[in-house]
Write a protein that binds this ligand. Structure first.
Ligand SMILES: [Cu+2]
Length: 141
């Protein structure tokens, strides 16, 4: 998905403009902005890298069916984090996500959606001040 790469690079403006822009003189905050995970039939569009530790994530159901989402580590079968209730079509909800660093899958398993490809891989990176930022390591050209 192009949208996924766009989110990951961090260089794209959000299409919806409902948040005030950050004050111009403020240095980059230690905490990242609220990240967004977009669910549709049958895709999950999200940043390739999430920061570790508790942070808010906005979940958006842009589709016409209900969707759920859970995260699990690649090597595990059990969920590491689960969104409490399914999202109704058009619903947006902010929830606090807390994950340890590692490689993860995000999955919607409602009504067999995972079997239709509604899952994606992502990485949880050590928090803010770490010099290792996989999302910043992409070549410029
Ligand atoms: Cu789904």
């Amino acid at each position: 998905m192009l949208a996924t790469a766009c989110f990951a690079a961090g260089g794209c403006a959000e299409p919806d403009d409902d948040r005030p822009p950050p004050p111009a003189e403020t240095p980059p905050p230690a905490r990242v902005d609220t990240m967004q995970i977009l669910m549709d039939e049958y895709t999950i569009s999200m940043p390739l890298v999430l920061p570790a530790g508790p942070h808010p994530v906005r979940f958006v159901n842009a589709g016409f069916e209900e969707h759920n989402i859970y995260f699990r580590r690649m090597e595990d079968t059990l969920a590491a984090w689960v969104l409490e209730r399914r999202l109704n079509p058009g619903e947006r909800r902010v929830a606090t996500v807390e994950l340890e660093p590692g490689a993860y899958m995000a999955i919607c398993d409602f009504s067999g959606h995972d079997g239709r490809g509604m899952f994606t891989e992502f990485t949880v990176a050590p928090a803010a001040d770490s010099p290792e930022r996989p999302d910043a390591a992409a070549p410029a050209s």
